[in-house]
Design a protein. Structure first.
Length: 233
């Protein structure tokens, strides 16, 4: 069924697909031309299940490569021939998108548990004392980590033109370090969103008024409509 999709839709340009077993399959004709080589058995299934995400993810994981032609040639062929298929909305595709979304949410929670719901002492061993997890802003090479994180917070506040009394949404708030800094220094109200039970249940509530654990994009949009600025930290 997967190969039938290429047979049916690839009409502009020539795509040669080499599966994980080494078998070559040719579709279409003309230019551009590209040879798409699958390095792992499940790569093609993943790409076809969720092209918008998995095409890039599997490439970074070295699940596929381009042997002949360029990466641009391959992307051009895929977009020009199958772009409408990815965007087409039918009853089935809506159901598939719903299932895909729930699977993505389950994976997101699993990833967060694996990376963040660990002993707090581990993070304190390499983070600054306020537990900022995102990158610091080293304006000078000899700055301390604490100073660089403070510079990051102040830089964000300046870029967003944050003013006292505003409502701020911090998506991925972690332990609430940025939220607390903005609330204390600028005088704003911050709502933090996190996927981590560890962040939400243990540390952040001791420092912040409201921290929500959610992966719902609709929840983010609902909250964002009531705030003045949104930060994805």
């Amino acid at each position: 069924m997967r190969l039938e999709l290429f047979e049916r839709f690839v009409k502009h340009g020539e795509l040669t697909l080499v599966d994980a077993a080494g078998t070559r399959h040719r579709f279409g004709s003309g230019t551009p031309k590209a040879t798409w080589v699958m390095r792992q058995p499940n790569t093609l299934r993943r790409v076809l299940t969720n092209p918008a995400l998995e095409l890039g993810e599997t490439y970074m994981e070295e699940g596929w490569d381009v042997a002949e032609g360029t990466l641009t040639d391959l992307i051009t062929i895929l977009r020009s021939n199958m772009g409408d298929l990815v965007q087409r909305r039918t009853v089935f595709s809506e159901f598939a998108a719903l299932v895909q979304t729930w699977n993505a949410l389950r994976a997101s929670f699993a990833n967060v548990r694996h990376h963040y719901d660990l002993d707090e002492e581990l993070f304190r061993a390499f983070l600054d004392r306020d537990m900022h997890y995102s990158c610091a802003y080293f304006r000078e090479p000899d700055m301390s980590l604490e100073s660089a994180q403070l510079a990051k917070c102040n830089h964000i506040a300046r870029k967003l033109l944050i003013e006292p009394g505003q409502q701020i949404l911090d998506i991925g708030c972690g332990w609430g370090s940025l939220a607390l800094h903005l609330a204390e220094t600028v005088g704003v109200s911050v709502v933090g969103l996190t996927l981590s039970w560890s962040n939400c249940a243990s540390h952040a509530p001791k420092r912040c008024v409201a921290v929500f654990r959610t992966a719902s994009s609709s929840a983010c949009r609902t909250i964002a409509r009531t705030t003045d600025s949104t930060i994805a930290s």
